[in-house]
Write a protein that binds this ligand. Structure first.
Ligand code: SF4
Length: 302
């Protein structure tokens, strides 16, 4: 039997069994994203998915959790039945998670979200990217800050929620507004996790053409300054983490800063201290590189 692996999943789902419910993305228009550009969106047949569910353990013998692909599986017409069958046939699964588009969750009926929770969906990964209206418009996110807040509120009632933030997405030009307005959205949406990704410009994407015209990429120092504003202004209780290599800073090929991680607001002071220490190093060291620089030189893979 051939198994249809989803091509992408969050790093926190590295150990999860992967179940592809849809192929591609319903939106596929975000300016920074190249993930599903060559893929026409489709819902996989329920029969095909059910066959894979029956054999999931054979493909993922060590997994304890499961992740539903690709980018917006909640739109599948049989999603409740699929999650129910997944749980029924695989009682070893401790947690089921999925990516979800903010606008989809913001508009989803309460009953549907409740049904998904009842059959065993536990966590949603939602790309906030930015809480700033101008940036959301510029990147073609297809969601407003109000959608993001509603998505967070709706989802939080039934699931654990991760929000993703792209550091540097507004460039030097919108550094402050990007961080402040994103903190405002986080404070209202109250996700359980805020996960930071520093902007990686992917060749061939619309965002690549904006660089130098609409946005100026951040220096390592600016990267840290934006991170500091974000951490300073999130007041809701959440776990904040830079759990991706794109956030690292390097000197002589060694990472000296690997982001900040901790509970906000309780661990804010310690996290700000870590950022201040990194800022001091950036100011005294020569040739500090960020992950994009390192990736271009082939020294890391992102
Ligand atoms: S919604 Fe997600 S997968 Fe779809 S284009 Fe935007 S970032 Fe990419």
């Amino acid at each position: 039997m051939n198994y249809d692996y989803p091509p992408y999943r969050p790093p926190s789902e590295a150990g999860s069994a992967l179940l592809r419910v849809v192929r591609g993305c319903t939106w596929n228009r975000c300016a920074f994203c190249s993930m599903y550009k060559d893929l026409k969106f489709e819902q996989r047949s329920k029969e095909e998915i059910f066959r894979e569910i029956e054999h999931l353990r054979e493909f993922f013998p060590a997994a304890r959790t499961a992740f539903l692909g690709d980018s917006n599986p909640l739109v599948h017409k049989d999603i409740v039945e699929i999650v129910r069958y997944l749980r029924e046939k695989n009682p070893w699964i401790e947690r089921v998670t999925a990516y979800a588009r903010a606008r989809t969750v913001a508009r989803m009926k309460r009953e549907k979200l409740e049904a998904l929770r009842d059959v065993g969906l536990n966590r949603l990964h939602i790309g906030m990217e930015s809480g700033d209206e101008e940036i959301l418009e510029m990147i073609g996110k297809g969601a407003t800050s109000e959608d993001l807040i509603n998505a967070g509120k709706n989802a939080k009632e039934f699931f654990e929620v991760s929000f993703y933030y792209i550091l540097g997405l507004g460039g030097r030009e919108k550094l402050k507004n990007h961080a402040l307005n994103s903190a405002m959205v986080v404070n209202k949406a109250k996700p359980d996790f805020v996960r930071v990704r520093t902007l990686t410009v992917i060749p061939g994407t619309p965002l690549e053409r904006m660089v130098g015209r609409k946005i100026t990429l951040l220096t390592p120092e600016e990267q840290l300054r934006e991170l500091k504003i974000l951490v300073e202004n999130i007041d809701t209780e959440t776990y904040f983490t830079c759990d991706h290599v794109s956030n690292y800073l390097f000197h002589n090929n060694r990472a000296f800063f690997m982001g900040v991680h901790g509970r906000l607001p309780d661990e804010r002071e310690r996290m700000l201290e870590d950022i201040e220490n990194a800022l001091e190093l950036v100011n005294v060291l020569d040739d500090v590189m960020n992950s994009n620089d390192m990736a271009k030189l082939g020294r890391i893979i992102m």
